[in-house]
Design a protein. Structure first.
Length: 392
């Protein structure tokens, strides 16, 4: 009989998809997605055998606050939570931090719970209520996260091993750092096209300006004079920033916005470019602890696509993976103005050869046993702790 693993996600993530798909392909598990957002079943049915969905607003405002509780206590909402209470899976894996992650924890009773800390807000030491970048949601996330750590039986995270020790409180739970890795069926690699010009790709859209990050327009302004093409996949979220950007960037023949692609199709789209780049740079307000542990899912999209990678030196964990495997190079923000010259000095053929080795090294099918062992460890620890409680 297959072991059931229930993935609980406020919104469906590619990270959990990859894990669920890999576990499903072993033939040992039944995978279930519990979600509080719309799900593209054409994609996610490849990873999950069953779905339990209650769509709730993820916005925080007065109107949505009342709609939120109305939906929870509706006939649909009550049936949703009754179904969860009946579940007795091998493992619950709950993605957070989020209000929905925290809200659902009490319904899971004594079943083994692995909390997946998608982002670790406790490592961000900014004051979100009274700092220069006032973002109330950040303060809430910190609060939700701490309680989720406490209620979990184990913690999964995708950043640097040992990063939980950098928090200003103890997380006394078994934990595992498990990087996103490569899904075998998403691995592809086109031969490099012979182009006179350099074509970079960023597998995401422009980030919103906020205190601590270098504005997106500043990056583009440094690339355009060098006649370096940059394609991005996704448009501006903020319409005001979009208008300001195009006022500032007069010559945009080297800047290309492509439509956002579904996760299982993205790699084929980007594999024909020369380099994948993670062009996010930080100013002084972001603490070194955040830069030290950061992990971007896009890193593994580039590896799956066979693209040599350009990354910010400040993102130390990502830069170490790139440089240790010799699949790209890292730069400082000031290096952007000389990026073409730096690129021309690279041994591109060698990086492409090393990329094939990295694709094999980071295959989830080869490493999924590490996660399986962690799940079993969490279950065993819970049995021991429950036994002590009964004896006490």
């Amino acid at each position: 009989m297959k072991k059931q693993i229930v993935f609980i996600e406020p919104k469906p993530t590619v990270y959990a998809y990859k894990i669920a798909r890999t576990l499903k392909l072993t033939g040992k598990y039944e995978t279930v997605l519990v979600c509080f957002s719309d799900v593209d079943k054409n994609l996610f049915s490849k990873a999950y055998d069953k779905f339990l969905i209650l769509e709730l607003s993820h916005k925080i405002n007065f109107k949505d606050f009342f709609d939120f509780f109305r939906k929870i206590f509706s006939k649909e909402g009550r049936a949703f939570f009754r179904e969860i209470k009946k579940m007795r899976p091998y493992i619950f894996q709950i993605t957070g931090p989020d209000l929905f992650s925290l809200m659902i924890m009490p319904f899971l009773k004594k079943s083994p719970k692995v909390y997946f800390a998608y982002d670790i807000w406790g490592l961000d030491k900014r004051n979100f209520l009274f700092g220069e970048d006032t973002r109330i949601s950040g303060g809430f996330q910190k609060f939700f996260e701490r309680i989720c750590f406490k209620m979990a039986d184990g913690v999964l995270h995708k950043g640097r091993p040992g990063e939980l020790k950098l928090l200003d409180y103890n997380v006394n739970r078994p934990d595992l750092s498990f990087v996103p890795g490569c899904l075998e069926e998403w691995v592809c690699s086109k031969n490099k096209k012979q182009k006179k010009e350099i074509h970079l790709v960023y597998a995401g859209g422009p980030w919103e300006s906020h205190y601590g990050s270098v504005p997106f327009s500043n990056i583009i302004e440094k690339l355009i004079p060098q006649k370096i093409h940059l394609s991005i996949f996704g448009d501006f979220v903020n319409e005001k920033e979009r208008k300001e950007f195009y006022k500032k960037i007069k010559n945009d023949q080297y800047f290309h916005i492509c439509k956002k692609e579904r996760a299982d199709k993205l790699n084929k789209k980007i594999s024909g470019y020369d380099y994948g780049i993670i062009p996010i740079f930080y100013e002084g307000s972001i603490k070194d602890s955040m830069k030290f542990i950061e992990m971007a899912n896009r890193l593994f999209s580039y590896i799956e696509a066979g693209l040599p990678i350009i990354v910010n030196k400040q993102s130390k964990f990502i830069a170490e993976i790139v440089e240790d495997n010799k699949i790209g190079f890292s730069i400082d923000y000031e290096d952007l103005k000389n990026l073409k010259e730096i690129i021309m000095k690279q041994d591109y053929g060698k990086m492409k050869k090393n990329m094939k080795k990295a694709q094999e090294k980071f295959k989830l099918s080869k490493n999924i046993n590490i996660l399986e062992e962690f799940y079993e460890k969490v279950r065993e620890n819970l049995k021991i702790n429950q036994g002590r409680g009964n004896n006490g």
